[in-house]
Design a protein around this ligand. Structure first.
Ligand code: LLP
Length: 431
């Protein structure tokens, strides 16, 4: 597979006069200015995606809580904060980022199976909107900390509805074999316990069944189960005001049908009509994935001599680029497919099939496999759909510095994260 016009159309990247652009800025110009590898994001596309999802729920009381884990760069968070987004966090670090970016703590929901005492205290003192509680032990700990701090903790229980989201097993979270959430049969007793606790305020119910979901049926199944539970609770005198359906809305990386947010929205709006519930969702990937690219330079070509046929027998053609698994882990971790395009368009017929690999000393360090490309050493390449779970999953493996990040807006761009330096890396250590 190569990059189809449909895929290119779904991303923020586009060719203009033979050069790849984000909005009105050439990626070559950005690379010349900040070096490679670099992440570039389109602020217009972040905004457009946010508005699409928000618009799909028009007519319903709702709040988008952007899942910070998808891309926690401050400038990205700030873009969403300015649009009125709330935030879904999974650590104290993410809460600090939301606050630094100007996010409203009263619109923050805190998910995750392992909230520490320090993180719970930080969230209680900051006054977040809700803890999405994932176990009986966590409920007890939140209650104890709230009592100690003389606070009342707003809570929702995150239910594991045991629904198969039909996605990669590593990003499936709503099956009973997954570590996430509370199984339904245990939920009623926990709600009763929470309702009787003066230091807990029972607000809602939550679920998140997985990520990169392209077909809405599993999400609808989960919704039905949660509505059933809400009714059961009502019958017992426990009234919930908030319903959080999590994230998971899929995007096009290769040839996937993108998630139809409008059809999904119509279904959800219909289901919730007449109920006094505030709906919340926690989108991450849908808002950021295709708004971002990773720009990299070809360092070396290691072609097999001879024709394409010879390659079958003699091994593979390797294009070694200056980005690696430490910059974009998704291919190595999930065998994820990301489109690769030359920044300077080349219309001559590709003669070789390349393995696009990084400099890291691991055979698993590849960014793309078997791509028909015309390549020269020094060429700039753009790896598409890198705006979600890209920079956030980067590491210093092989003592590599984390990439620079740039926010493009119209005809201008800003360096929003400078490239890390080796001094940054060494500064936390002593001999
Ligand atoms: N809410 C919760 C509780 C989550 O755990 C997640 C993602 C989201 C919301 C956002 O899901 P999204 O809308 O982005 O699908 N690293 C993987 C994805 C891991 C997703 C983890 N949880 C990847 O690169 O595909």
């Amino acid at each position: 597979m190569s990059v189809t016009p449909e895929l290119l159309n779904a991303t923020a990247a586009h060719y203009r006069n033979g050069e790849l652009f984000i909005e009105d800025v050439s990626l070559r110009e950005i690379a010349d200015s900040v070096g490679t590898p670099l992440y570039a994001y389109s602020s217009a596309m972040l905004t457009q995606q946010y508005r699409r999802l928000d618009g799909a729920l028009a007519g319903l009381a709702h709040q988008l809580h952007y899942a910070v884990k998808a891309n926690s760069t401050l400038a990205v968070l700030q873009t969403f904060a300015r649009l009125g987004a709330g935030f879904d966090i999974v650590s104290g670090g993410e809460l600090s980022r939301v606050l630094a970016a100007g996010g409203n703590p009263e619109q923050v929901v805190f998910s995750g199976v392992g909230k520490s005492t320090e993180e719970i205290d930080f969230a209680l003192k900051t006054g977040i909107e809700c803890f999405n509680v994932e176990s009986a032990g966590e409920l007890e700990r939140i209650s104890a900390r709230a009592t100690l701090l003389q606070k009342v903790a707003p809570i929702a229980l995150r239910i594991n509805p045991n629904v198969d989201p039909k996605t990669h097993p590593y990003i499936s979270t709503g099956l009973k074999e997954n570590k996430f959430g509370i199984l339904q049969h245990a939920a009623l007793a926990l709600y009763q316990q929470a309702a009787a606790d003066p230091h807990l305020q029972v607000r809602g119910i939550a679920c998140h069944i997985g990520s990169q979901i392209c077909e809405p049926t599993p999400l609808f199944d989960a919704l039905d189960q949660l509505l059933g539970l809400i009714d059961d609770l009502n019958a017992q005198g426990i009234t919930l005001t908030d319903l959080d359906l999590g994230g998971g809305f899929g995007v096009t990386y290769e040839d996937e049908q993108p998630f139809d947010v409008d059809a999904w929205g119509r279904h959800v709006v219909g289901k919730l009509a007449g109920r006094r519930l505030k709906l919340s969702i926690e989108p991450g990937r849908f808002l950021t994935a295709n708004a971002g690219v990773l720009v990299t330079r070809v360092e070396y070509l290691k072609p097999v001599e001879g024709s394409d046929d010879d390659q079958q027998q003699q091994g593979k053609n390797f294009a070694v680029i200056d980005a690696a698994m430490n910059d974009l882990l998704r291919p190595s971790l999930y065998q994820a497919w990301h489109g690769v395009l030359p920044v300077r368009e080349n219309r001559s017929a590709p003669t070789r099939r390349w393995e696009v690999v990084g400099p890291v000393c691991e055979s698993g360090d590849w960014l793309a496999k078997s791509r028909n490309l015309v390549l020269h050493e020094g060429d700039l390449l753009s790896i598409l759909s890198a705006g979600a779970y890209g920079s956030v999953l980067s590491s210093n493996y092989n003592s590599r510095n984390r990439a620079a990040e740039v926010m493009v807006s119209g005809e201008s761009f800003r360096l929003v994260r400078r490239r890390e330096s080796i001094q940054d890396q060494l500064s936390t250590e002593v001999l």
